[in-house]
Design a protein around this ligand. Structure first.
Ligand code: ARG
Length: 582
């Protein structure tokens, strides 16, 4: 129950910060250790000693303060303060055993829904539709989805918003090329099946032909003024591009549907009003003909405030203007309590600026939380942003194909007797799990190295390892020809490793709450990986099916069952499907 003690102490640290006993920015490095001599309890911690200096307090008195803040949940039987200020914990094993039984009897595995449900708007995926989805969209799509699922599971109302880039000048040249191809009698839907190639051709044409460039600009103006034919052409383009995206979402098993699409174009009508209201709030300044918002707190390198440009000299609006309108919509129409943006960290300046301007303009309620959940870049082996071998940006669809192909090979090496159909199906699940788990298990804010070799492997902290760990636990039940609900009885925790496993099992709720709070699915991955590893030690040390007496066998079977259920539920919250056999 080391983790239990540690979690309690971490919560107490937060309380001590609130009470201003210790400074806000402190992250104390303290230990929780298993005691050698059981007369000193089960665990001991040096927390009070490490806090004494920053709190400028006597460690024994501080220890008393900590002890007084411990919860009264029955888990800790007794606490003693020893020596200069060590805290010794005596745990109640029967409490732990009861918690496991309760979790097992609960379809939610002991995870209660929140008492304070919030409306959480999650902006994720949000690709630009002019091109095909590429590797840069992977992280937003996968991480955002895992956090959405976790928040939903905890009882919040999640509204997914796919803020696609479906507006702007680059659509001019795309529409111009569609027009040209139509005149040439070519089949547009065929031409658009390779969006990437289509974009390239349009760009080439734009750079090479003055006439084409002129027509492109004309079409932008027509589009913006709501010309019917132009809008039809644009809609046709969008439909095809969006269906590409939907195919990717479906393959990845991501919970984004057309209902979540609320792209930049949806805010067109509101943009002049955003400008008007910024002006009313006294925030607008004209600078060389452009309308800008200057905030004192955002200074450039020269020490002068940096502008947020909201309208260009020619009247055109910008990314920031649309984001202000989107924020208002999320606040007023969707009634958000919390708005999360899963967008590349390289846009962090944009979001800090956006949030400040929105607050100053009164677009956001005082209590609404807005958070940019930034993520790092997907890197290649060469230490540069990930590219294909030919040096172009990697299309997401191609990466998924490749992962599925490689996973099929990996699985077939383990299972020579599997039918081709079965291999296809399992390869698909394992391939997707590999990509997703590799991304989710890394700290969101760091850059992350994309490597098929590392992710499509049974070795280490990988998707395939996790799926395999699950099938192994599930197979114990199959082997014993047992079905759920047939084993019961008290959970017996005589062995240290059994206590360790049980202790981890009951931390599930705490972990999910952290993921929901911080938008960090890697915490859930780390937890599940650790659970799987502890299970594997338990299974080595403790016979299950051959355990004697019957009560011990039943108890251990229940520990297996709860492990399987947590792995399955946890992976499903990460958006990863499990297999019963592989
Ligand atoms: N379309 C943008 C891009 O590809 C991301 C949009 C993120 N969401 C937002 N509300 N700005 O960079």
């Amino acid at each position: 129950m080391k983790l239990y003690v540690r979690t309690q102490l971490e919560q107490i640290i937060e309380k001590l910060k609130e009470q201003q006993v210790i400074p806000q920015e402190l992250t104390p490095h303290f230990t929780v250790e298993r005691t050698k001599d059981k007369s000193h309890g089960d665990f001991a911690s040096n927390l009070a000693l490490t806090l004494a200096k920053p709190a400028a307090a006597n460690p024994r008195l501080l220890a008393e303060k900590i002890v007084a803040l411990l919860p009264d949940d029955g888990a800790i039987r007794k606490v003693e303060i020893a020596g200069p200020g060590f805290i010794n914990f005596f745990l109640d094993e029967s409490w732990l055993s009861r918690q496991v039984s309760l979790a097992l009897a609960d379809p939610r595995l002991g995870v209660t829904t929140t008492e304070a449900p919030k409306v959480v708007v999650i902006d994720y995926s949000s690709p630009n539709l002019a091109k095909e989805m590429h590797v840069g969209h992977l992280r937003s799509t996968i991480i955002g989805d895992a956090v959405a699922r976790t928040l939903e599971f905890l009882g919040h109302k999640v509204i997914r918003q796919n803020h696609v880039g479906d507006w702007g000048t680059q659509f001019g040249m795309l529409l111009a090329l569609m027009e040209l191809f139509r005149q040439q009698g070519r089949e547009i839907s065929m031409e658009l099946s390779d969006l990437e190639g289509f974009y390239r051709q349009a760009k080439q044409e734009f750079d090479a032909s003055v006439e084409f460039a002129e027509r492109s600009r004309q079409l932008v103006v027509e589009l913006q003024s709501g010309d019917k034919n132009c809008l039809m052409l644009w809609q046709e383009f969008l439909n095809i591009s969006l269906s590409h995206c939907q195919k990717i979402y479906d393959r990845l098993g991501v919970g984004l549907t057309p209902a979540a699409i609320h792209g930049e174009s949806a805010y067109n009508a509101d943009l002049p009003l955003v400008i008007r209201d910024l002006d009313k709030a006294g925030l607008l300044t004209e600078n060389q003909g452009a309308k800008c918002v200057f905030l004192e707190e955002y200074k450039g390198q020269d020490g002068n405030p940096m502008p947020m440009i909201v309208q260009k000299k020619d009247g055109g609006y910008l990314y920031a203007t649309t984001d202000l309108a989107a924020l208002r919509y999320r606040q007023n129409q969707l009634h958000a309590d919390r708005i999360l943006y899963f967008v590349d960290v390289r846009q962090s300046h944009h979001f800090q600026h956006l949030f400040s301007v929105a607050r100053k303009a009164g677009f956001l309620a005082e209590t609404t939380q807005v958070e940019h959940m930034g993520f790092g870049t997907v890197m290649g082996d060469d230490g540069k942003p990930f590219k294909t071998r030919s040096g172009s940006v990697a299309k997401l669809a191609d990466l998924i194909d490749e992962a599925e192909k490689r996973a099929r090979i990996l699985v077939s090496e383990k299972n020579s007797e599997m039918s081709p159909d079965e291999l296809d199906e399992i390869g698909r699940v394992v391939g997707i799990a590999s990509i997703k788990y590799a991304d989710l298990s890394k700290n969101r804010t760091s850059d992350y190295l994309f490597s098929f070799d590392n992710m499509i492997s049974f070795e280490g902290d990988t998707g395939p390892y996790m799926l395999y760990a699950y099938t192994r636990v599930a197979s114990i039940f199959r082997k014993a020809k047992l079905v759920e609900g047939t084993v019961s009885g008290e959970i017996l925790l005589g062995e240290e490793i059994e206590r360790e496993l049980a202790n981890q099992q009951i931390q599930f709720a705490e972990i999910l709450n952290r993921v929901a709070e911080r938008g960090t699915p890697h915490l859930l991955c780390a937890y599940l990986y650790e659970l799987a590893s502890t299970f594997s030690s338990f299974y080595k040390q403790c016979p299950v099916l051959t355990a004697e007496p019957e009560a011990s066998r039943n108890s251990r079977l229940q520990l297996c069952l709860l492990t399987a259920k947590i792995l399955k539920q946890g992976l499903s919250l990460l958006g990863i499907g499990t297999l019963e056999r592989m």
